[in-house]
Design a protein around this ligand. Structure first.
Ligand code: IMP
Ligand code: MG
Length: 190
């Protein structure tokens, strides 16, 4: 489903690609992504050193970002992953997203939500509202990407690597209709 002009792995990330019906151009290369994530981890190592934080990666999109981030964390912490399951709710807003996979004791913990991208902030709203019910001490948000132009600003984004414009992107965990998550760099819609 991902069409490369060449199958040479060395060239991955440096050429126009097609994912399903859509063309994408290289936007953020792998080395830049990794170095920004490392900077974020170093900041967390300083900020959260004495907090014994619980990191909660949101699947599926955050898996690459989370793995790279956790690689560089040197502090004591717990790591777990959650998923948002969509189902048709009975309330007026229609779609409700339920947070599944909460196994850790969150009460009185410093929780860090690890998300791939903050767009409108609707997803983060679902996550925050449900996590608050577990009575954490505080909730921090870490996102690889952040579309500040359209974010509702409801919750402060404590950590982010890239503030990007409102264009659709794919790669490094992010998908277009389920494809493109395995791309090592980030591409922008043409
Ligand atoms: P929000 O609810 O509008 O903030 O959107 C957040 C979710 O939408 C993310 O967790 C992604 O799964 C998805 N998303 C938003 N923008 C993009 C994009 O540009 N590419 C791929 N997925 C996106
Ligand atoms: Mg997501």
């Amino acid at each position: 489903m991902i069409k490369f002009a060449t199958l040479n792995l060395e060239k991955r990330g440096m050429e126009t690609i097609k994912v399903l019906d859509r063309e994408f151009v290289p936007y953020i290369d792998h080395e830049t992504i990794v170095s920004k994530i490392k900077e974020m981890a170093e900041k967390m190592n300083r900020d959260l050193r004495d907090k014994n934080p619980l990191f909660l990666g949101i699947l599926n999109g955050s898996f690459m970002f989370a793995a790279e981030l956790f690689n560089h964390l040197t502090i004591d912490c717990n790591i777990s992953f959650l998923k948002l399951a969509s189902y048709e709710g009975t309330n007026s807003t229609g779609k409700v997203k339920r947070l599944i996979g909460v196994n850790e004791d969150i009460k009185d913990r410093t929780v860090v939500i690890v998300e791939d991208i903050i767009d409108t902030g609707i997803t983060m709203d679902h996550i925050e509202k449900q996590l608050i019910g577990y009575e954490p001490k505080e909730i921090k948000i870490a996102a690889l990407l952040y579309k500040s132009e359209i974010y509702n600003n409801k919750y402060p984004i404590d950590y982010f690597c890239f503030d990007i414009p409102q264009k659709f992107i794919v790669g490094f965990g992010l998908d277009y209709n389920g494809y493109g998550r395995n791309l090592p760099s980030i591409y922008q819609t043409k």
